[in-house]
Design a protein around this ligand. Sequence first.
Ligand SMILES: C[S@@+](CC[C@H](N)C(=O)[O-])C[C@H]1O[C@@H](n2cnc3c(N)ncnc32)[C@H](O)[C@@H]1O
Length: 158
Amino acid sequence: MQEQWTAVDRYLTDRLAPADPILDAALADSEAAGLPAIHVAPNQGKMLTLLARTVGARRILEIGTLGGYSTLWLARGLPADGSGRIVTLEYEPRHAEVARANFARAGLSGSIEVRVGPALETLPTLAAENPVPFDLIFIDADKDNYPSYLEWSLNFGG
Ligand SMILES: C[S@@+](CC[C@H](N)C(=O)[O-])C[C@H]1O[C@@H](n2cnc3c(N)ncnc32)[C@H](O)[C@@H]1O
């Protein structure tokens, strides 16, 4: 069963999310930096791009950056004119550092802001800034806090 699952996953990934230098480098550098391989799969990343495009997302919030792999996929769904923005929240300074380097290589440092700290602390700070509502929110961090993240996400909606 696992074999079949893996084969189907590979089939979809090969067709929908072929090798890509920026994304592949982000994963390679994350691995080299010792980050855990708990990023989204390429086909899931492609789905994130598709979701962002489908809703016409201009502002995206992500909770759980890791090395920024999913963030890069989300960024591909932003408007082509460079006007879109992503705020991504990460607990581990080392993860944030790797992610920032990956965003810089992709030429996206001006579009993606990484905020470091426990999301339950960075979310209230973000909310206090009264940001323009987010069009899309991707929660991919510590599972125990998902109910709280969902509450915050509902507050951030337009
Ligand atoms: C599953 S990984 C994120 C993967 C990333 N979205 C991707 O697919 O490339 C979860 C990340 O959430 C971070 N994290 C864990 N607890 C957190 C918290 N309380 N606040 C913010 N980030 C947290 C972890 O350090 C880790 O980098």
